[in-house]
Design a protein around this ligand. Structure first.
Ligand code: MN
Length: 133
């Protein structure tokens, strides 16, 4: 099976490096963006199987990025998982309202991170019907 491709959007270099390393150990192909605008540029040429996005970023934040992704016919089917330190109850509602399919709390716990990513990828593979025809 082709390894799943993941777009990782994170402005903090330490968090970016940790997440990228964990994903690559799992065998995923990882595309990295340090800002929302950069992520959208990547999405113009590459549609990943999953998008992981930080919420708090300079410029376009992760919620705005998610709204754009979920408004684009070519990307709306891609699961978006927020990776954030602000995962309190009210925040979860904000993420879901923006279109996020799930969230992972920072600081990243390696085991949880890998499990959540795998479960979203499995769900997306089991329901490919919502992708572009
Ligand atoms: Mn950030």
């Amino acid at each position: 099976m082709t390894p799943a491709a993941i777009l990782l959007v994170e402005d903090n270099m330490m968090n970016q490096k940790l997440a990228k390393t964990l994903l690559e150990i799992e065998g995923y192909v990882v595309h990295v963006a340090s800002a929302g605008a950069e992520a959208l540029t990547i999405l113009d040429t590459t549609i990943p199987d999953l998008i992981l996005t930080d919420i708090q970023m300079p410029g376009m934040d992760g919620l705005e990025l998610t709204r754009i992704i979920k408004g684009r016919p070519d990307t709306r089917h891609v699961p978006v998982v927020a990776v954030t330190a602000y995962a309190m109850r009210g925040d979860r509602d904000r993420f879901m309202a923006a279109g996020c399919d799930g969230y992972i709390s920072k600081p990243i716990d390696a085991t949880t991170f890998v499990h959540v990513v795998a479960s979203h990828l499995e769900r997306a593979r089991a329901n490919p019907g919502v992708g572009p025809s």
